[in-house]
Design a protein. Structure first.
Lengths: 99, 600
C-alpha cells in the first residue's frame, strides 16, 4: 500500500460521499454520505502520519472520529424529530424550515 | 455687562421666550401667558439695546467679537459673532421699539382670537424679533443670510396667520416664494464672494468686476425682500395678515432688512458703480410707480402697503446714489411713522370692522386720539416740514442732486407730491366729512391700543432731529441745508399735494375730478398684468422643473428601488430550503476554489 494508493482511496470515498449527499433523499443515507466524506479526510490524516512518520496526526484522527460521532448523534436526533413530525425521513420535508 | 453680552441678551431674550412657548405648550395654548412672556422677552431685548445706546452716548466705541464657525481642514470657513456699531445699534433700538409697540397693540387688537391662536401669534412674534436681531448684529454676510432666511420664514408664518382663510394662505405662500426666488441671488452672491475673497466680509476689497457681480446678486435679493419693482407684487397681498403684523413687517423689520443689507454691504457697493446705477433707477421707478398705485386703492391697508414700497424705493435710490446714510436715516424715520400709520389704521379697522375707505368717514369725531396719531404719521410720511419724514426725505433727494441724476430726482419729486396727495386723500376720506353708517358706533380701544400710538407718535414727530447724531455715528460728514433748492421744492411738493387732496376730496369727494380719479384703475391693471405674467412664467418654469423632478430624478430613484426589489425576488428562488441543493452549492464552491488554486 503506497501513499498514492491511500490518497486515491480517500478521494474515491470523498466522491462517493458527495454523490450520495447530492442524490439521496433519505436523511439516514445522507448522514452516511457525510460520514464517508469525513472518514476520507481521516484516512488522509492516518496515511500521511504513517508514511511521513510522527504519531501526533494519529491522535487527531481519534479526536476527529469522536467529534464526528457526536455530530452524527445530533443529526440523528434531528432525523428523529422530522420522522415524528412527518412520519417519514425524507429530508426535503424539512425545507419548511427556511421560513 | 460687556457690550457683547448686552447684544446677545438683546438678540436671544426673544428667542428664549419663543423656545419656552414652543416647548411648554400649555403656556402657549392658554393664550394670555404667551403674550406676557413674549412682551417680557421684547422688554428685556429693548432694555439691553437701550443700555448699549446709553453706553454709546457715554463714549463707548464699536465692538466686534467673532468666533470661528464651520471648520474645514483646521481652518474656519466663516465666523459668527456680534458687531455693534453706528449702523447696528440704532437699528437694534428701532426694531426693539417698534416690535414692542406692535406687540403691546396686538394684545388689544387680537383679544377676540381663540386662546391657542393668540398664543401662536405671540410665539411667532418672539421668533420674528429674534430673527430680525440676528440680521442686525451680524458681523458678516453669512450670518446675515442666516438671519435673513429666518426673517423670511417667520414673516411667512405671520402673514399666513389666518391660514384657514384661503386668501391669507395664498398671500403667505406668494410672499414666501417671491422672496425665496430673490434670495437665490443672495446665495449666489455669497458663493461668488467666497470664491474670490475666501470670506464673507463686506469689508473685503475684491476687484470691480467681482464686486459688481456680488452686489448685483445681492441686490436681486434686496429687490425681493424690499418689494422693489418688479417683485413688489407680494407686498399688497401680504396685507392679508393681521394689521399689527403688517405694522411690524412693513415698517421696521422684514422689508427694511433689504435696505439694511445694502447699508451694511456699502463698502462692497462702493466698488460697483454699475450696480449703484441700476439701484438708483429701480428705486426711483418703484417710488413713483408704487405711489401711483397707492393713489387708487380703496383699502386703507393697501394704500399703506404701496406707500411702503414707494418709500423703500426712496431708500434704494439714495443707496444707489451712494449715500448710505440717507438711505439708513430714511429707513429709521420711516420705521416709526409707518408703524404708527399701520397701528392707527389697525385702530380704525378695529373700530369700524372694515378695511374699506368707503365705509369710513367722520372718524375724527369718534376716534380723536387715533386721528391725531394717524395725522402725525401721514404728515411725516408726506414730508411736511418739521416732521421726521421731511428731514430724511430731503436728505434722500439732496443726495441725488447733481451727477446727472435729474431724471430720478424728478421722479422722486413727483412721488413726493403723490405721497402727500394720497395721504391727504386717506386723511380726508377716513377722518374728515360726515359720520358714515359704519363709523357711527366706533370707539377708541383700551390703553394697550392707544398707548403704542402715543409712544410711536413721538419719534414719528421728532426722530428727524436725530439725523445728525446717526450721521456722526456712521462717520458721515453731512450738513443739512434747508434753504437749498431740493428742500424748498420738496416741502412745496408736500404742501401742494396736501392742498390738492383737500380741494379734490373735501365735501365727500364730490368734486368732478375725484370720481374720475377713483375709477383710475389703469395702474392697478398694469400691476395685475405683471402679476399674471409673472405667475404664468414662474408656474411654467416650476411645472417643467416639477416634471423633471417627478419623472426623471424621482424616476431614477424609483428604478433603483424597483430593480433592487425585483433582484431580491429572483435571488430568493435560489434559497430552496432543500439540503441537497445547498450541498451541491457547497461542492460547486469547493470545486471552483480548487480550480482557482490549481490554475494559479
Amino acid at each position: 500500500m503506497t501513499l498514492t494508493g491511500c490518497i486515491t482511496l480517500a478521494a474515491a470515498l470523498l466522491c462517493i460521499g458527495i454523490y450520495g449527499l447530492v442524490t439521496r433523499k433519505q436523511a439516514v443515507a445522507m448522514l452516511l454520505s457525510v460520514e464517508l466524506m469525513a472518514n476520507s479526510a481521516n484516512i488522509l490524516f492516518a496515511a500521511f502520519a504513517h508514511f511521513r512518520g510522527g504519531a501526533s496526526a494519529q491522535v487527531f484522527v481519534l479526536f476527529a472520529l469522536a467529534i464526528t460521532v457526536a455530530e452524527v448523534a445530533v443529526g440523528l436526533a434531528l432525523v428523529m424529530l422530522i420522522y415524528r413530525r412527518h412520519g417519514d425521513t425524507t429530508l426535503d420535508l424539512a425545507s419548511e424550515a427556511k421560513q | 455687562m460687556t457690550p457683547v453680552t448686552l447684544a446677545l441678551v438683546a438678540t436671544f431674550a426673544p428667542a428664549v421666550a419663543a423656545l419656552l412657548l414652543l416647548i411648554v405648550f400649555p403656556l402657549r395654548h392658554k393664550g394670555a401667558p404667551a403674550a406676557w412672556i413674549c412682551l417680557l422677552g421684547s422688554v428685556v431685548s429693548l432694555g439691553a439695546a437701550l443700555k448699549l445706546l446709553v453706553d454709546r452716548l457715554g463714549g463707548a466705541g464699536d465692538t466686534r467679537v467673532t468666533a470661528p464657525w464651520i471648520m474645514e481642514n483646521g481652518r474656519a470657513m466663516a465666523e459668527m459673532g456680534v458687531l455693534i456699531d453706528g449702523v447696528s445699534l440704532p437699528m437694534l433700538v428701532i426694531v426693539g421699539v417698534v416690535a414692542l409697540c406692535v406687540q403691546l397693540f396686538s394684545v388689544a387688537y387680537m383679544h377676540d382670537e381663540a386662546p391657542r391662536a393668540f398664543g401662536r401669534y405671540f410665539t411667532l412674534h418672539a421668533l420674528f424679533l429674534f430673527s430680525m436681531n440676528v440680521v442686525v448684529i451680524s458681523p458678516n454676510l453669512l450670518q446675515l443670510f442666516a438671519g435673513w432666511e429666518l426673517v423670511g420664514l417667520t414673516s411667512y408664518l405671520l402673514i399666513g396667520f389666518y391660514f384657514a382663510k384661503p386668501s391669507a394662505a395664498k398671500a403667505a405662500v406668494k410672499a414666501f416664494w417671491m422672496t425665496k426666488l430673490a434670495d437665490m441671488g443672495f446665495l449666489f452672491g455669497l458663493l461668488v464672494l467666497y470664491v474670490f475673497t475666501g470670506g464673507f466680509e463686506w469689508t473685503s476689497q475684491p476687484t470691480t468686476l467681482v464686486a459688481t457681480w456680488v452686489t448685483a446678486l445681492l441686490f436681486v435679493a434686496v429687490i425681493g425682500k424690499s418689494a422693489q419693482f418688479p417683485l413688489h407684487i407680494w407686498l399688497p397681498d401680504a396685507m392679508e395678515g393681521p394689521t399689527p403684523v403688517s405694522a411690524l413687517l412693513h415698517a421696521a423689520t422684514m422689508v427694511a432688512a433689504g435696505v439694511f443689507l445694502v447699508v451694511r454691504a456699502d463698502p462692497l457697493f462702493a466698488l460697483a458703480p454699475g450696480t449703484r446705477e441700476v439701484m438708483l433707477w429701480i428705486g426711483s421707478v418703484t417710488a413713483l410707480f408704487a405711489a401711483c398705485l397707492a393713489l387708487v386703492q380703496s383699502d386703507i391697508k393697501k394704500v399703506l402697503a404701496y406707500s411702503t414700497a414707494s418709500q423703500l424705493g426712496y431708500m434704494v435710490a439714495a443707496l444707489g446714489a451712494g449715500n448710505a446714510f440717507a438711505g439708513f436715516f430714511h429707513l429709521g424715520t420711516h420705521a416709526f411713522f409707518k408703524a404708527l400709520l399701520f397701528l392707527a389704521a389697525g385702530s380704525v379697522i378695529h373700530a369700524v370692522h372694515s378695511n374699506s375707505l368707503e365705509d369710513m368717514g367722520g372718524l375724527r369725531k369718534k376716534l380723536p386720539l387715533t386721528t391725531v396719531a394717524f395725522g402725525i404719521g401721514a404728515l411725516s410720511l408726506a414730508g411736511f416740514p418739521g416732521f421726521a419724514g421731511f428731514f430724511s426725505k430731503d436728505l434722500v433727494l439732496t443726495s441725488l442732486e447733481g451727477k446727472g441724476n435729474w431724471i430720478p430726482w424728478t421722479m422722486l419729486m413727483g412721488s413726493a407730491f403723490l405721497t402727500a396727495f394720497y395721504m391727504g386723500r386717506v386723511l380726508i376720506k377716513a377722518f374728515g366729512g360726515e359720520l358714515s353708517e359704519k363709523s357711527a358706533h366706533a370707539h377708541e380701544g383700551g390703553p394697550a391700543m392707544t398707548g403704542p400710538l402715543v409712544i410711536l407718535a413721538i419719534p414719528a414727530l421728532a426722530s428727524g432731529f436725530l439725523g445728525g447724531w446717526i450721521g456722526t455715528q456712521m462717520h458721515h460728514a453731512h450738513e443739512l441745508h434747508f434753504l437749498a433748492l431740493t428742500p424748498v421744492v420738496a416741502s412745496s411738493m408736500s404742501l401742494i399735494g396736501l392742498t390738492a387732496a383737500w380741494f379734490v376730496f373735501r365735501n365727500g369727494g364730490k368734486a368732478p375730478f375725484a370720481g374720475t380719479l377713483e375709477r383710475l384703475d389703469a395702474f392697478s391693471l398694469v400691476d395685475k398684468t405683471w402679476a399674471a405674467g409673472y405667475q404664468v412664467g414662474l408656474l411654467g418654469i416650476s411645472g417643467i422643473a416639477g416634471w423633471i423632478d417627478r419623472y426623471l430624478v424621482d424616476g431614477l430613484m424609483n428604478f433603483g428601488a424597483w430593480s433592487t426589489l425585483e433582484g431580491g425576488e429572483s435571488a430568493r428562488r435560489l434559497q430552496t430550503g432543500r439540503v441537497r441543493d445547498y450541498a451541491l452549492m457547497v461542492v460547486a464552491g469547493v470545486v471552483v476554489l480548487a480550480l482557482i488554486g490549481v490554475l494559479r
